[in-house]
Write a protein of this length. Structure first.
Length: 574
């Protein structure tokens, strides 16, 4: 095979992925380098870092594949993002929609496409090596080829805000094994993802970023008021007779992107928690029966998901619990940043190489910063920190966690995506619920209702999680109901209202070093899991390199940093 393909996402949360011989060799988001949350635009820095870390030059790459025919760029600041969804309402959408459908539209799109090609040709890439794959096709290919399955008994579902005109698709594996066949789609005018963005904006939060906060608040809603509001929101949509065609908005409702006035009219004077609960419940009531109907029609009970809506771990939990679903795979961090994987997968599948594509086996895909550790240790000493070389750092960290301390962990290659999976994490024991307040006061500053997550040894998952189908969850993409023992051992890493856990189930094979830490913690405490949250200052991307890790420790209340083979501590602690 010996083919090297780079997938590129140059919109919101720009990113790069490299496939070498069908294996994922590296992936990185541009925000990790610029330190600007959800950095958009051409990810030149990430491209250079991913190629360099694999000892490649641009000329070594056979194809550069953009995820999406259209580049979707949003406002530059958070306040602009909030206001952007409020500005267009009622009939104000008509001039904008008509402008998009004039004879000038192909000309405008050609200019934008040429600019995207030029971003690479200006670096010396031949234009014939630049390709484009449709947005939801990227999502679908990431879901299928990223999954552990290669058989035909798989239903592939995508759902997000919008991309290349669609907000959801249904696909099936081709009979010849060469790729996927799209059998249905929902146009972007009917988008549930955009509805979430409108409600997020109405609530004064940042759309395309803070939707998870509303999901976290949803369990606090009053049941009766939640269901009443959900009924109103659900009444805006009608399910199609053919489940592959999804749903449409009712006649008289403007395209969802222009329905802010309608949203505001329904939500005014409603309680914050009831709004969140109503939106969450209405989403579950539309998405889950739709997927169940697609399962019934297709006869395929293994489901692979991608697209930003499936960052909603409560929707995914309900799907896991559905009798119709035999097994579920959710592509990790399945927002548009992960379309880089799908773009590369789709290009290779189109070339007849789909049978040689490897699934996602790890998200530890960032650069190796080993060369920077010496300078970081010198800087730590200059800051007055204690720096101690430790023979068994995992044992030392496990003891600190058992003693009730909070420890930041920086190990190996960084995780791709939105979830910290142990390499760029802040860790704590989960038995004391007060540790949540400590971590928030130290560094995270999270809203009081927002839960942290738990990392749990694979061997102990059944002790804590209700998961009779044994659905895999290595990337924190699914919430689970919990056992009574979980409330004793992992209360700090549970949702405080409904006692669900957004779980990272850690296997020895996939994450041997992190698994070793968990095992050593268990040997001290009898507890097979710990609280895990991302290593970053509030509102900033997860740390990437050693200098940034030190900066977060220096500027926060964190006392301990486990970095490679060293324990770094403040105030002379060791």
């Amino acid at each position: 095979m010996n083919t090297k393909v780079v997938g590129i996402h140059d919109g919101h949360n720009a990113a790069v992925c490299l496939l070498m011989d069908g294996v994922i060799a590296g992936a990185l988001q541009e925000e990790r380098l610029t330190r600007i949350k959800n950095q958009q635009g051409f990810p030149e820095g990430a491209l250079e870092a991913v190629l360099s870390s694999n000892s490649l030059r641009l000329s070594d790459v056979d194809a550069f594949v953009y995820a999406g025919h259209e580049q979707i760029l949003g406002p530059h600041t958070r306040e602009e993002a909030i206001q952007a969804y409020r500005k267009v309402a009622g009939l104000n959408h008509l001039p904008r929609r008509l402008l998009r459908r004039t004879f000038l539209s192909p000309w405008r799109q050609a200019i934008r496409r040429a600019r995207r090609v030029q971003a690479l040709t200006s670096l010396g890439v031949p234009a014939e090596r630049v390709h484009f794959i449709e947005h939801h096709r990227c999502h679908a290919y990431s879901a299928y080829y990223g999954s552990p399955w290669r058989d035909k008994d798989v239903l592939i579902i995508t759902c997000d805000g919008a991309g290349d005109g669609f907000c959801a698709t249904v696909s099936l594996p081709e009979h010849d094994g060469r790729g996927l066949l799209r059998v249905g789609a929902v146009r972007e005018d009917h988008s549930l993802g955009i509805l979430w963005a409108l409600v997020t904006s109405y609530m004064g939060m940042v759309p395309l970023e803070h939707e998870y906060k509303m999901m976290g608040m949803a369990p606090y809603a009053d049941e009766k008021r939640k269901r009443k509001l959900a009924g109103t929101l659900s009444s805006w949509f009608r399910e199609e007779d053919d489940p592959y065609l999804g749903w449409t908005r009712l006649r008289g409702l403007p395209p969802i992107a222009y329905a802010y006035g309608k949203v505001r009219g329904v939500l005014e004077l409603q309680r914050f928690d009831d709004v969140c609960g109503g939106l969450q419940f209405s989403t579950e009531e539309l998405i889950c029966p739709w997927i169940e109907a697609c399962i019934k029609k297709s006869g395929k009970r293994k489901v692979a998901l991608s697209g930003g809506l499936f960052m909603n771990v409560k929707v995914n939990e309900r799907l896991v619990e559905s009798d119709a679903v035999h097994d579920l795979f959710v592509f990790p961090s399945c927002g548009d940043e992960s379309n880089t994987f799908g773009a590369a997968y789709a290009y290779l599948a189109d070339a007849g190489l789909g049978g040689k594509l490897h699934p996602v086996n790890s998200l530890f895909l960032g650069p190796d910063y080993a060369a920077q550790f010496s300078n970081a240790l010198d800087e730590a000493r200059q800051l007055g920190f204690s720096v101690k070389l430790v023979d068994d750092l995992n044992a030392e960290v496990a003891q600190l966690l058992a003693d009730g301390e909070v420890v930041a962990r920086f190990q190996g290659r960084e995780e791709f995506g939105a979830r910290a999976l142990g390499h760029r994490s802040i860790l704590a024991g989960g038995r004391n619920p007060l540790v949540v307040e400590r971590i928030n006061s130290m560094v995270k500053k999270r809203d009081f209702w927002m839960p942290f997550a738990s990392s749990i040894m694979e061997e102990d998952a059944d002790r804590y999680l209700i998961n009779p189908k044994n659905v895999s969850s290595p990337y924190m993409m699914i919430a689970f109901d919990t056992t009574p023992l979980a409330a004793q051992h992992l209360i700090a890493g549970m949702h405080p209202r409904d006692h669900t856990i957004r779980a990272q189930i850690v296997s020895k094979k996939a994450a041997p070093d992190f698994h070793d830490l968990l095992a050593k913690y268990k040997s001290l405490t009898g507890v097979g899991g710990i609280l895990n949250t991302s290593f970053n200052l509030h509102g900033h991307p997860i740390v990437s390199n050693p200098a940034e890790a030190l900066k977060v420790v220096a500027e926060s209340g964190l006392r301990y940093l486990a970095m490679e083979n060293y324990l770094i501590s403040k105030n002379g602690d060791s």
